[in-house]
Design a protein around this ligand. Structure first.
Ligand code: HEC
Length: 95
């Protein structure tokens, strides 16, 4: 009986750790991509300039996609989305 309990506890703990690392990886997935390809022309101060050109999540999506296309950056749709989410979390704060 106690052995099953230990096994159960270990599994739960392993699951929690795994889950946590997935969440963290998700949150920062866009940052290295962004820092590698997007800081050639402007720094991150672009994302808090006044007045901001981008005023909604949809505009941010459009702007990032435009910058990706214009600069011939080879990102998958998923990578582009990671960067949008990163900018959103770190600077813009859109829902
Ligand atoms: C070739 C130079 C260049 C590169 C590389 C570049 N950008 Fe830009 N970006 C600009 C310029 C210039 C502006 C300002 C456009 C304006 O004022 O209308 C801008 C504006 C922006 C804005 C709007 C800022 C605001 O006012 O809210 C965002 C967001 C943005 N860039 C994201 C990115 C992302 C993400 C990447 C990487 C994929 C990237 N940029 C790469 C030149 C670049």
């Amino acid at each position: 009986m106690s052995r099953i309990f230990v096994l159960f506890s270990v599994c739960t703990l392993a699951f929690l750790l795994l889950f946590q690392s997935v969440v963290v990886a998700e949150e920062f997935a866009g940052k290295p991509l962004h820092d590698k390809d997007c800081l050639k022309c402007h720094g991150v101060e672009m994302y808090s300039r006044d007045p901001l050109f981008v005023k909604s999540y949809r505009q941010l999506d459009a702007q990032v996609n435009a910058c990706v296309k214009r600069n011939n950056i080879q990102w998958t749709e998923e990578q582009t989305e990671d960067v949008i989410d990163y900018l959103c979390d770190a600077f813009y704060g859109f829902e």
